[in-house]
Design a protein around this ligand. Structure first.
Ligand SMILES: NC(=O)C1=CN([C@@H]2O[C@H](COP(=O)(O)OP(=O)(O)OC[C@H]3O[C@@H](n4cnc5c(N)ncnc54)[C@H](O)[C@@H]3O)[C@@H](O)[C@H]2O)C=CC1
Ligand SMILES: O=C(O)C1=N[C@H](C(=O)O)C[C@H](O)C1
Length: 251
């Protein structure tokens, strides 16, 4: 029997692509679409899908996750902009509702490999900075992918501290050195027309640099990951209330 799916954020760039991908997958059945202004709780309550995939906006995603879990629906979340504390909050909600969920900052296989290689490289080359480049309509900075990459670099270099900058180093223009969050890895966010989603992780060592780069040139790059995640929804529903953070854990 096909896995029933409601798409949240269905009228957006990712939502539109997702609607098409779900409809084209014979293991999945699209039963509903919601966007801004629609009643998600009523939709999920009446249609009772197995999964809700969310590509909405940072200000709405936590509420949508709460609504899905409260209605017994597995959230498959691509929306970014969640803080680490939000992810922990969702982890707790999953336990409370005894229902699994997935938060995946990036569904593209190439991006997952880029993050994995970055974690590995950081063991041997702990000095690293991230430059992420996205289209000009993106709301959040840094990207969810950059934030997760920084976390993974921090894990990779846990036993190998990066080189300290000079004590008297300074920024003539505030922000020139990028932003730092979890993992203390500088992240530089570029927003320009022309990009979909790209990221470079640059490692530096004495006399050498290593650059790991991924480019999503089309939003189709995310769709195999989205449908794969949705096919895992029944297993997530029965996993005892565990939140999975990162699609790599389902590969
Ligand atoms: N995890 C991944 O692989 C990817 C994640 N994203 C993320 O997905 C999100 C959406 O990206 P885009 O499609 O480019 O944005 P978009 O702006 O094109 O689409 C967002 C849609 O959400 C709708 N929306 C607003 N409030 C809503 C609510 N309360 N409930 C449901 N829908 C609501 C908007 O009306 C709009 O149609 C962003 O956070 C982006 O960072 C984007 C690409 C890949
Ligand atoms: O907004 C986007 O477009 C993207 N958002 C995700 C992120 O913030 O990492 C994934 C991908 O980079 C595209």
């Amino acid at each position: 029997m096909a896995i029933t799916v409601v798409v949240s954020g269905a009228k957006g760039r990712m939502g539109t692509e997702t609607v098409g991908a779900v409809m084209a997958d014979d293991q999945l059945q699209l039963v509903g679409e919601v966007d801004h202004g629609d009643d998600l709780a009523a939709t999920l309550g009446s249609l009772k899908p197995v999964a809700m995939v969310d590509f909405s906006v940072p200000s709405a995603v936590l509420g949508n996750i709460e609504t899905a879990l409260a209605n017994g629906v597995v959230p498959i979340v691509g929306t970014t902009g969640l803080a680490p504390a939000d992810v922990e909050y969702v982890r707790g909600l999953c336990r409370t509702h005894n229902l699994g969920a997935l938060i995946a900052p990036n569904f593209a296989i190439g991006a997952l490999l880029m993050m994995r290689f970055a974690q590995e490289a950081a063991k041997y080359m702990p000095d690293a900075e991230i430059i992420e480049m996205h289209h000009e309509k993106k709301l959040d900075a840094p990207s969810g992918t950059a934030a997760k990459t920084a976390e993974m670099i921090a894990i990779g270099r846990a036993n190998t501290p990066p080189t300290a900058l000079p004590d008297d180093a300074f920024e003539k223009i505030p922000g020139s050195r990028g932003g730092k969050g979890v993992g203390d890895v500088p992240v530089h966010s570029v927003r320009l027309p022309g990009f979909v989603a790209s990221q470079m992780v640059i490692f530096g060592g004495p006399g050498q640099t290593l650059t790991i780069r991924h480019d999503s040139l089309d939003r189709k790059s995310f769709m195999p990951g989205v449908t794969l995640a949705l096919r895992h929804a029944p297993a997530l529903a029965a996993n005892g209330g565990e939140l999975i953070y990162g699609l790599e854990h389902l590969l």
